[in-house]
Design a binder for this molecule. Structure first.
Ligand SMILES: *Cc1c(COP(=O)(O)O)cnc(C)c1O
Length: 372
């Protein structure tokens, strides 16, 4: 089937390469990149992205679930794949079969892993203040016990929860998390435990805390050339990062409605003048947020076509009254550039009151991901 027939995602792998080079430049000497390719590589297509990263010499990856890890192995990804989330003991077998590294989410879970008797590598998650996953940082004894229990611990990590914020309080909290994590890794090494990789920073941890240096770092969103919010200003300027993803859809047909007539579900769009509407072949089942209704625009031949009325499951309407060149089977750009205009994921997030991470990670499965 023609992949660009209805709606699709274009992935610019050259830009991904630029972003990898950017991170190699800003990360301290000897710090390995361990990219987050969870949630289908933030909607970009995990297979496509991980394969390119592997070609660029990256050999460590982070996913959210064992299932995502298995899919990457089947797609030919070698090296380490760390499962950042919980895996049910019934799926420990998959960890072994697919050589996935599992996060120890707390001490009780360490017991489950030990009881399974499976020779699985694990990374110990340490809770330094986020209170999501991990063993409490003060309970050093429990962390040391992982090695005594005979678990194959190859890594120790924590996660920062306000590294994107630049207020005094947020910076103070992050510095405290960094200090707690450093204390744990120092004490482990002091206790003669040396064979583990320590990692703490995601995208904002890298961009806002450049002085911080561990064995690996886990960039996600910024590696795709995206920040969570348009207004974010990072300590290391992110201006050289290039957006990797574009989202496009076909114009199915063009409609004329008279002044005063409504269009779409709920007749939520009401024509203020005689109007030409283009029907685009993309809707909320493709990940276009329903709350984009009546907000924002798409680009057609380099011009802005405002979103008209509600987003349907598989289609949406845009106003092309002022774009006479718009025609059936033509292309509309929902995210990306057209002519001199550009719509960023950050802009989309602002229109819909969320962060860019959510917009891309919810892009639908039925959109083909095409490398360009
Ligand atoms: C998702 C995730 C990351 C990557 O975060 P970004 O902010 O997208 O860079 C890193 N570490 C953990 C534990 C995560 O869950």
């Amino acid at each position: 089937m023609y992949k660009k027939g209805r709606a699709w995602i274009e992935i610019d792998l050259g830009k991904l390469e630029t972003n990898v080079a950017f991170f190699r430049r800003v990360l301290p000497e000897g710090c390995r990149m361990m990219p987050a390719v969870k949630a289908d590589a933030y909607g970009h297509g995990a297979h496509l992205i991980a394969e390119k990263l592997q070609k660029l010499g990256i050999s460590d990856f982070c996913v959210a679930s064992a299932g995502e890890g298995c899919q990457l192995r089947e797609a030919g990804i070698h090296g380490q794949i760390l499962v950042l989330g919980y895996t049910h003991p019934r799926d420990f077998e998959l960890l072994e079969t697919y050589h996935l590294t599992q996060t120890v989410v707390d001490s009780a879970y360490a017991g489950e892993l030990q009881a399974s008797g499976r020779p699985v590598c694990v990374h110990a998650a340490v809770d330094t203040g986020m209170h999501r996953l991990g063993m409490e940082w003060e309970r050093e004894g429990e962390i040391v016990k992982l090695w005594r229990r005979g678990l194959r611990v190859t890594g120790v990590y924590s996660h920062l929860c306000v590294a994107d914020g630049r207020s005094v309080e947020e910076e103070r909290f992050t510095e405290m998390q960094i200090a707690r994590f450093k204390q744990i890794t120092d004490r482990l090494r002091g206790a003669g435990i040396r064979e583990f990789a320590a990692h703490l920073q995601g995208s904002y941890g890298i961009l806002n805390y450049p002085g911080c240096s561990f064995d690996c770092a886990r960039p996600g969103i910024a590696l795709y050339g995206i920040l969570s919010r348009k207004a974010d200003r990072t300590r290391i300027p992110a201006g050289d990062l290039m957006p990797v993803l574009s989202l496009k859809a076909r114009i199915g047909c063009i409609r004329s409605v008279r002044e005063g007539e409504g269009a779409g579900y709920g007749l939520a769009f009401v024509a203020k003048r005689d109007t030409r509407l283009a029907v685009l072949s993309a809707g909320y089942a493709d990940g276009i947020p329903g709350c984009l209704a009546g907000r924002g625009y798409v680009l057609i031949r380099g011009r802005r076509a405002p979103v008209a009325g509600r987003i349907c499951m598989d289609q949406m309407l845009v106003d092309v009254t002022d774009i006479p060149e718009a025609e059936p089977a033509g292309e509309a750009v929902l995210i990306g550039s057209s002519g001199g205009e550009r719509i960023t994921v950050e802009q989309y997030a602002e229109w819909t009151g969320t962060i860019a991470n959510e917009i891309v990670s919810r892009l639908g499965d039925r959109l083909p991901r095409i490398a360009v």
